[in-house]
Each structure stands twice: as structure tokens, then as C-alpha cells.
Write a protein of this length. Structure first.
Length: 356
């Protein structure tokens, strides 16, 4: 079980580990590659309303509809994502940061289509969309099985030896086996966490679809048969109503009608908590896209909460640079474990043929 579950996923895990190394430092790399220096046009001036920001963004993309709106933490910048249709794929979306002090476009620090986007797409779905994500999820499940079976094998093997033993006086294969076992058991908790969170991340679309189609079924039912509205209520009023519905929470992003994170007839306004843990847990408030009335606040199901928590944990993206460095080192060790595993398998087969 350990041998074959490992072999099934090893090549893909090597790809994920290698592409994961730079993705751990994606923010730092993008900042280092950026040659743009930007400051607000009117640092001390009043901020534009969200409706004005949306109008400024769409005036540059007149044939597109708004999809998402997110907000920079440390800059007066609102990011507007638009596309030709509400269900446009990621490749057809346009990302436009807007200076909230003037309505001007903000230079994009990391142009779309760069090396980091390429690595992220390869790491996420191998450019195959949902089938690619689900395939990598299956590889993650095989990896988890290999970890569990490896621990089961390690316990009786080490009863006769001291922990950390590497038999330097034995054959080369024995040395590699001891190194494989030692590095594998030292990183077992990290590998388990990254493997499981990786599997959860590949289920993002099914989880979101299940949440929208089942948890929001009572909100969707009255709108059956209606098209996605083209004339929308005031975004400022919708956001104000949502924030009033969830006091003590911070605005995170807005999903417009027809997108994966909303219904066809509502703004989905997502807010998060203000503590290190709750800032990863989001609560959506649904607002009628035509009238601007609050339709309801819905707690995310446990599957969606698991997805929200798994994203930063997978890349070590919640503890600053020291944790990222630790993630990087564990990733390197995992690559060594995978390579030694391949060596041990083929060395065993070669030795078996020689003995025959």
C-alpha cells in the first residue's frame, strides 16, 4: 500500500513541491519584481464612493460587467474585476486597481501572465480547469494514504533501532532507506497538513456550488426563471446595509450577481472577523441586487470554513516571513523524501532481478 500509493502520486507531488517553493514567497517575489512606485493622487483628500469607483473602472471596460470588488488593506485602492459575462472564466477576467482618492487606474504591480501566474496555474490545476484540480486532489489523497501507511511501517521497524539512526556502515541502499525514513517521519505532521489542505483546496468549486445551491436555496427560489439583472442598486447602500447586519466585522470583498460566489440576483458581501483566527472565517450577507434590501446573513457551512482556513495554511501564509522560511525548508525535505523513495523502489527491483 505504501509503495504503490507513493508511486502513483510521486511525479505530480514533485511538480507540486517544486512549483510550491516560489509560491510560498509569492508576495515577496512580486514586490521584488515590481518596478512600479505609486502613491495616491490626493492622499489627504476625500475617498470616492464605491459606486464612483465602480463607474471609473467600467468606463475603461464598457463591454464588460462587474464580477468582484476587493479592497487593499494598506492603500486607498479598490480592485475591480470585470468580464464579458457574469460566468466568465478566469482567463477572460480583467483586474483593475482603482485609486479611491481620484478614480485613476493604479499600475498593476505584477502583470497578469507573468511567471508567478504560470506557476500558480500549474500548481492549481495544470491548466486543465476543474478536471485538473480534481485529479490533483486525488493525488493528494494518495499522498495522504502513503503518509499513513509509512507511519504504520515505521513504528515496528524502529523498535530495534534508535531514533534518527542512519546505518552508515551498511550498503548504499540501507543508508538511503534510513535517510528516507528519518526525513519522512520528521516532516510527517507538516506533510499531512499540507497534503490535506491541498485536497480541500482542489474542491473549491464543488464546495462553493454546494453552498450556493443548497444553503442559499430559500433565497434563490423566489427568483427562479428571472435573468441576471443589468440595472443594479447602489453598491454603497448595499455595503452599508451588509455591514450594519454584521457589526464588529470587516469588509473583505463583494461578489456581483451571477458569479460563483453569489446568486444570480444578489450581491454577496463578504465580511471577516478581526482576530488572527476569525479573519480567515468569512460571513456573507446577501443583498437584493435590484432593491438593495438585505435578503439574509448566512453562516458558511463547515466545508466552506475548512476551505477558508486551508488556503493560508497550505502556503504558510499566516505567520509572516519566519513561517514561510520554515515551509520552504520542509518543502525541500519533502522533495528529498520523494526522490529517495523513487530510488529505493527501482533499486529494490534491480536487486530482485539480479538475485533471480
Amino acid at each position: 500500500m505504501h509503495t504503490w500509493s507513493s508511486l502513483v502520486c510521486t511525479v505530480f507531488l514533485l511538480m507540486l513541491c517544486v512549483t510550491g517553493l516560489p509560491l510560498i514567497f509569492h508576495d515577496e517575489i512580486e514586490n521584488a519584481l515590481s518596478t512600479q512606485s505609486w502613491s495616491p493622487a490626493n492622499p489627504d483628500g476625500p475617498l470616492l464612493s464605491y459606486d464612483d469607483v465602480l463607474e471609473a473602472a467600467l468606463s475603461r471596460r464598457q463591454d464588460e460587467v462587474p464580477l468582484y470588488m476587493s479592497f487593499d488593506i494598506d492603500r486607498p485602492v479598490v480592485n475591480v474585476t470585470s468580464g464579458p459575462t457574469p460566468d466568465a472564466p478566469g482567463s477572460a477576467m480583467h483586474f483593475a486597481p482603482i485609486d479611491r482618492t481620484s478614480g485613476d487606474a493604479v499600475p498593476v504591480e505584477a502583470p497578469a501572465g507573468g511567471i508567478m501566474d504560470f506557476l500558480l496555474q500549474l500548481h492549481t490545476d495544470m491548466f486543465l480547469g476543474l478536471p485538473g484540480m480534481l485529479f490533483l486532489g486525488a493525488m493528494g489523497a494518495a499522498f495522504t494514504l502513503a503518509i499513513v501507511s509509512g507511519v504504520v511501517l515505521y513504528a515496528p521497524f524502529m523498535r530495534k533501532h534508535e531514533f534518527g539512526m542512519v546505518r552508515l556502515a551498511r550498503s548504499r541502499r540501507a543508508r538511503w532507506l534510513d535517510l528516507h525514513n528519518l526525513l519522512g517521519i520528521v516532516t510527517v505532521m507538516w506533510a499531512s497538513a499540507v497534503g490535506v489542505t491541498g485536497v480541500v483546496n482542489t474542491l473549491e468549486k464543488p464546495i462553493n456550488d454546494q453552498w450556493r445551491d443548497h444553503a442559499l436555496a430559500d433565497l434563490i427560489a423566489p427568483y427562479e426563471g428571472r435573468d441576471v439583472p443589468t440595472s443594479l442598486a447602489s453598491l454603497d447602500e448595499a455595503i452599508s446595509a451588509a455591514v450594519a447586519e454584521a457589526p464588529g466585522m470587516t469588509l473583505q470583498f463583494v461578489a456581483f450577481p451571477g458569479t460563483d460566489y453569489s446568486t444570480d440576483h444578489h450581491f454577496a458581501i463578504f465580511l471577516h472577523g478581526n482576530t488572527p483566527l476569525t479573519e480567515q472565517l468569512i460571513t456573507p450577507v446577501l443583498v437584493d441586487a435590484v432593491t438593495g434590501d438585505v435578503a439574509g446573513k448566512r453562516e458558511m457551512p463547515w466545508t466552506s470554513k475548512a476551505l477558508s482556513l486551508s488556503r493560508p495554511l497550505h502556503f504558510g501564509d499566516y505567520g509572516g516571513l519566519p513561517l514561510k522560511i520554515l515551509w520552504f525548508l520542509f518543502d525541500l525535505v519533502t522533495i528529498i523524501v520523494l526522490i529517495t523513495g523513487i530510488y529505493l523502489f527501482f533499486e529494490r527491483r534491480r536487486r530482485g532481478r539480479r538475485e533471480v
